[in-house]
Ligand binder design. Structure first.
Ligand code: BTN
Length: 320
């Protein structure tokens, strides 16, 4: 029975977001149409979203993340997957895992919905169903100031993944991903460091995958999603695996400390360089033209008094 369920699922996955008739499924899998019907109902009760329509058959619209599929890829950066349909915040759970377990390195916490999603600078991160929300715990062997480079590793990976889905996104220094100035992904990095070493980093990533545009309008958010841009719902698991492959690729380069390679690639998508920006730093506000990003990831801006300033981190607003 289990193998028949998987076979039906395979047919639905191969026809993702398209109707496939009960008759066709029954022929491929070698079971009766009633058998197909029962399996479809079982899949629905397990969280698979399957549309049923007379004459057309069944259409798989979304399916729960299957942590096994992620583990099956044998990513070097992932040892354990924690999967939740709904959670307060993957960042909170990551901290809980760190406080309770010895082996927390390379743990991935993944959720389909967050009730208390956290953004940078104590902002709220709206996390309805349809978005991808995850935190990855890592222990990179680097001095604390190099953690900043992880912003580039993850935002570049997201931009490259979006490209594969027909979405041309830009990076905004230091860690946003935008499409037409609207946010499609946000990255939050929390660390525990000592003077010369990093105890752990939690990299939290939120990507607006299948969120309806109405949601952004209703909450007056300057944000967008793949679905809003392409009118197509994306297969979550496939998207996530693709993204993790990109992260794995760039993380390896990060481990080799080839930071210039990462930044140079990131710069190709930069929407910040060339803009007049306002940066809110701990020391105050700085306004100037963003002229470059260094291989350390710092932003170089030229002020109206022609002074060049290197900014390590801060909240960046594109003025024009
Ligand atoms: C930002 O302000 O741009 C950063 C947003 C980061 C959101 C992600 S979603 C997964 C993880 N869990 C959270 O609560 N926040 C991060």
């Amino acid at each position: 029975m289990v193998s028949k369920i998987l076979e039906v699922l395979d047919v639905l996955k191969q026809n993702f977001n398209k109707f496939v008739s009960g008759e066709k499924i029954s022929k491929i899998v070698g079971i009766s149409r009633v058998g197909v019907y029962k399996i479809i109902n079982k899949l629905i009760s397990e969280g698979f979203e399957i549309k049923k329509q007379k004459k057309l058959g069944y259409k798989l619209v979304s399916y729960p993340f299957l942590p096994e599929e992620i583990l099956r890829q044998n990513f070097n950066i992932i040892k354990k997957v924690y999967f939740y349909k709904k959670i307060s915040s993957t960042m909170d759970l990551a901290k809980e895992i760190i406080s309770q377990q010895k082996e927390y390195d390379k743990s991935l916490i993944l959720a389909l919905e967050q009730t208390e999603g956290k953004g940078r600078l104590q902002r709220k991160w709206f996390s309805p169903k349809g978005g991808l929300y995850f935190s990855l715990i890592i222990k990179p062997n680097i001095p604390p100031f190099e953690v900043f480079m992880l912003n580039f590793v993850f935002s570049l990976s997201v931009v490259e993944t979006l490209k594969e889905y027909g979405v041309n996104a830009n990076t905004k220094w230091p860690n946003d991903v935008l499409v037409d100035n609207k946010k499609i992904c946000g990255i939050l990095i929390e660390t525990d460091t000592e003077i010369d070493k990093v105890n752990y980093c939690i990299v939290g990533v939120g990507v607006n995958v299948n969120i309806d545009n109405q949601f952004f309008k209703k909450h007056k958010l300057e944000a967008t999603s793949i679905y809003a841009l392409t009118n197509k719902k994306v297969d979550f698991t496939q998207f996530f695996i693709f993204l993790l492959k990109k992260v794995e690729y760039w993380y390896e380069i990060f481990e080799k400390k080839e930071y210039d390679k990462i930044v140079n690639e990131w710069k190709k998508y930069s929407s910040t360089i060339g803009k007049i920006v306002e940066i809110q730093t701990l020391e105050g506000k700085i306004i100037g033209k963003a002229i470059d990003v260094s291989s350390k990831g710092t932003l170089i801006i030229k002020t109206s008094s022609k002074q060049e300033i290197e900014i390590l981190s801060g909240d960046c607003i594109h003025l024009r």
